[in-house]
Design a protein around this ligand. Structure first.
Ligand code: SF4
Ligand code: SF4
Length: 172
């Protein structure tokens, strides 16, 4: 398996001592989580996942861990390497909104400080500048695009403040 991110890089030799029903309950309250308990482990989601050969923990295993209340799932690479392509969601015979659940898991992990390096600084950058990176003039010229319109950074900051972008961790 590829070198990857997260401390849960394999099930091998791993003993899970805490099955936390409260965690499962929390996940069922996420957007998409209401159908979590209908997963019957067919693995169709993993079979169509474009990053299945890059991750250590497959998406159907993530679903099983969520059902078992295994919080260690937040430390698995699948949570962050998911490309949000929605393939799994489209394929799931139970109609589970898997990708939407993964968005919620990202937020949960971020709040706990479990995130790949660079995400916190990217967030600060987004807050300070209103964009993740500044496109260069030549890039836009190549695409025959007009210059980026000016915008008031204070407006975007107000929006981010309203959504508590910089205080996500405090909500846990
Ligand atoms: S496709 Fe749906 S039912 Fe099948 S394992 Fe994945 S989440 Fe579960
Ligand atoms: S949305 Fe994520 S988990 Fe689902 S198939 Fe795409 S990459 Fe895989």
């Amino acid at each position: 398996m590829a070198d990857s991110w997260g401390s849960l890089d394999s099930f091998e030799g791993k003993e899970f001592n805490t099955l936390d029903p409260e965690f499962t309950k929390k996940v069922t309250k996420l957007i998409g989580g209401q159908d979590l308990t209908t997963c019957f482990q067919c693995s169709k989601c993993s079979a169509g996942c474009p990053v299945s050969d890059k991750v250590n923990i497959q998406i159907h295993e993530v679903m099983r861990m969520l059902l078992f209340g295994l919080k260690e799932v937040l430390d698995s690479d699948m949570v962050w390497l998911c490309t949000t392509c929605y393939q799994c969601q489209e394929r799931c015979p139970q109609g589970i909104d898997i990708t939407d659940i993964l968005f919620g898991l990202k937020n949960m992990a971020f709040r706990k400080g479990i995130r790949p390096q660079g995400y916190a600084s990217a967030r600060q950058n987004l807050y300070d500048n209103g964009k993740l990176y500044a496109p260069t003039d030549w890039e836009r010229e190549d695409l025959e695009l007009d210059p980026v319109p000016e915008f008031d950074i204070n407006d975007t900051k107000k929006l981010f403040d309203k959504n508590k972008l910089l205080s996500l961790e405090e909500e846990e």
